[in-house]
Design a protein around this ligand. Structure first.
Ligand SMILES: C[S@@+](CC[C@H](N)C(=O)[O-])C[C@H]1O[C@@H](n2cnc3c(N)ncnc32)[C@H](O)[C@@H]1O
Length: 337
């Protein structure tokens, strides 16, 4: 599909009353929010791996997920791994009881894998899965049985949670959809609610999402556009993407007082070649970034709340004032989209 067709349709739906409901119905019809168990389990396992890699235990932890989306697979995996509670919040009401039940039933065949990847005895994982009564009436009743608390409407800028009450904050495929100033507020709120030494773990996708429907464009295609043009194509509404580059994400975490203990970045080689050869001419507003920074299409970040947070900036600058970031690890990842 030509990406502009999809972009125009989403821009239109974003501007009409009830556009959000129509968008949800179209997604059901097109099957774009269907369960993709392998892909979504892999995303949850990446968050588990990062938690374990940084020495974060899963058993008995208090967790907050930002951006539930349609399918609570990430909260399921952390709950089955023994978290005390997993609060998951979203500003949109995408999660339904039928999605939750369908996803819960689907993971029954994957419990051994979940046990192995989370380092939890299979008997514990099976017992937790078996303990859930799927005949309960409401979505909340269903989720609460395994310690999942769903907050809709719930905004990660203002969680209402107690100071220093959370061990671990997680998100998958969320940060790229959040404007810089809102992310700044989310990170400051995360700093407030995290216990000292607690971590905020995010995996996200700075690439042009239109490249998933149109193979003729690269993952960095949207960098051609000015802000004004991009606002028309996808910079607002249902298809919002912030187009922040890797350095900006890192600097934002650090300006909010976090220590980045892990920062992995995947560079899309096709985009890099297109940018370096001049085939893709990026808009002048991205001129301060290197071709590699422009071509990063996936990121995995672990941000730790240190014992004594660095000075915190309340007003993040917009593009153009950032320092160089030599020395940070840049690695390949496995995620395709
Ligand atoms: C692309 S979806 C990803 C959903 C899910 N994590 C997944 O991987 O399928 C991004 C989600 O973040 C949510 N979101 C955006 N801003 C938010 C905020 N300030 N607080 C909480 N959720 C937010 C959106 O409503 C949306 O459901």
């Amino acid at each position: 599909m030509n990406w502009k067709v999809k972009a125009h349709l989403l821009a239109l739906l974003s501007r009409i009353p009830a556009g959000r409901q129509v968008y949800h119905s179209l997604q059901r019809i097109a099957g774009t929010n269907r369960l993709q168990l392998d892909r979504d389990l892999n995303r949850a396992f990446e968050l588990i791996d990062l938690s374990l890699e940084t020495g974060q235990s899963l058993e008995g932890t208090e967790i907050l997920e930002i951006g539930t989306g349609w399918r609570p697979l990430v909260p399921y995996v952390f709950a089955l791994a023994g978290a005390k509670s997993v609060r998951t919040l979203d500003v949109n009401p995408w999660l339904t009881k039928s999605y939750a039940l369908e996803t819960w039933a689907a993971i029954e065949d994957r419990l051994e894998e979940i046990a192995a990847r989370t380092n939890v005895p299979i008997s514990d994982v099976r017992d937790r899965h078996r303990s859930v009564d799927t005949s309960v009436t409401t979505l909340s009743e269903f989720l609460n049985q395994i310690g999942i608390i769903y907050h809709y409407p719930g905004d990660a800028r203002e969680t209402g949670l107690e100071e220093e009450s959370i061990d671990l904050i997680i998100s998958s495929n969320v940060l790229e959809h959040i404007p810089l100033d809102v992310q700044n507020s989310i990170h400051l709120e995360s700093m407030r609610i995290l216990k000292t030494g607690g971590v905020s773990i995010h995996r996200f996708n700075p690439q042009d999402h239109n490249s998933t429907v149109d193979a003729s464009i690269t993952h960095s295609n949207f960098l051609k556009f000015s802000n004004r043009d991009w606002t028309w194509y996808g910079g607002s509404g249902l298809a919002y993407h912030n187009r922040l580059r890797s350095r900006e994400y890192r600097e934002l975490f650090e300006s909010c007082g976090f220590n980045l203990t892990v920062c992995r970045e995947r560079i899309d080689q096709r985009s890099l070649i297109a940018i370096e050869s001049g085939e893709l001419i990026v808009n002048e507003q991205f001129s301060q970034f290197s071709p590699e920074e422009l071509a990063v299409d996936y990121m995995w970040v672990v941000a730790e709340k240190p014992a004594r947070p660095a000075t915190v900036s309340q007003n993040p600058d917009s593009r153009g004032v950032h320092q160089d970031v030599a020395g940070r690890s840049i690695e390949s990842g496995s995620e395709k989209v």
